[in-house]
Write a protein that binds this ligand. Sequence first.
Ligand SMILES: C[S@@+](CC[C@H](N)C(=O)[O-])C[C@H]1O[C@@H](n2cnc3c(N)ncnc32)[C@H](O)[C@@H]1O
Length: 499
Amino acid sequence: MSGTQHGARGRGRSGGARGGRPDRRESAERSEAAISPARLVAYDVLRYVEDREAYANLALPGRIREAGLDTRDAGLATELASGALRWRGRYDRIIELAADREIERIDARTRNVLRLGVHQLLGMRTAPHAAVNESVELQRRVGNRAAAGFVNGVLRSIGRASNEEWDARIAESAAGVDDARAALASHPAWVIRAMQDALRIEGREDELDALLVADNAAPRVNVAILPGAGVTPIEAAERAAEAEVVVSGPSPLGVEIGGGDPARAIAASGARRGFARVQDQGSQLAALALTRARPVQPGERWLDLCAGPGGKTAVLGAEALIGGASVRANEVAAHRAQLVRNSVAGVAGAVDVVSFDGRDDEAYGGERFDRILVDAPCSGLGALRRRPEARWRKQPSDLPGLTRLQAELLQEACAHLAPGGILAYVTCSPHLAETRVTVDRLLRSRSDLVEVDARAVVGEVAREPLDLPGGGLSVQLWPHRHGTDAMFISLIERRAVDS
Ligand SMILES: C[S@@+](CC[C@H](N)C(=O)[O-])C[C@H]1O[C@@H](n2cnc3c(N)ncnc32)[C@H](O)[C@@H]1O
């Protein structure tokens, strides 16, 4: 994203995404004078994320629409909000050093104005005077007017040093190596430790910095061209070349969009309606690991136990249609079960959707299944690229509840796996407690289960040879190495005859 000399100034409309709305006093103040609408939108999104636990990727489009931003200002608002959220750890440390004050001792509104200002100064090519003046103006509109001078002073001080100088100051003032790395890479220290542990068991601890860099880069948009689309990924890319669609990445279904509007690219691809879908290529591979682990026999019954919002269900459905199988898709949250129905509209004949807790018998409808996907609820630490605020919201204390749920879902799923059937356990997290530890515990608890070589399956399915180091049977994908989310995939078979 280029600098912020957009010059477009207009009245920011009040209103909020996901139920968030500025209060009356703030709205009245805003109506006093014009202010850069993109900055107001970005500021609102930061507030909704902090005050209401909103998701930036959901709050942004709503606020952009409400404010009537044009494409250029929408891009600016997105860059401002995403950048300030993603780099919050590093920016807060810089603000602390410049203000000589702990970040918690700066009031919440001023804090967010400063974060947006620092992103313009250090993360974008905004002219310093514009970044400072606009931030001071924003502070006057949305925050404590008396603190406008404080904002001015702190941002001027930050603008006087380069990124390299700030990094040196962060390193000098840090409480140790881990603290410095956490602040510089803008990741919580516990998240870095979890990533480090997962890389270590692959013998690739030296890739940690590359991973942290990849986590801080906005991912390209990937699309799955599902089997049965009427076009292959190569043909889809040729047809949508003007929309910058190219064949790229490890999934045999995947194409990548270089920029622009995904909906336009999908429309141009020539794929049948519902057969081209935005989806990370790690998710595509995870679904294909189950469907292509062995040839499909007509009449097979498959279960997608934790299906919402239905991205992988759509892949299962398309593969099932071709192989003569059928899918039961279960999702505990009713509103997310509806998203699954929408998602599988193109392959509805092969999929029925139900809504139960996956730990209850009703989820299985009295059946035993030939293939089961347990794409378990998890910390989501593998998708930090696309959820800029997630790293600050997750806590280590979230882990025990999640790992218990994962284990319970797995146990129940295995009880409903037909003898000889195969189960894929998938998480969008590389945290060992959610991946290997969970799988190893399951294997120890049941002698009728055996882990299958998921590396061989995924290696066979992938469009290109995959670098999968370490000695185990499961697959850990990584953003820096494979260009995907950090998906974990383990394949588990139930022996044909109970031993
Ligand atoms: C990682 S997401 C699944 C993503 C999905 N497979 C896809 O590719 O679009 C996990 C899902 O599990 C659901 N879930 C959480 N607890 C569950 C439970 N006890 N039983 C069934 N589903 C559950 C969540 O609501 C969430 O939609």
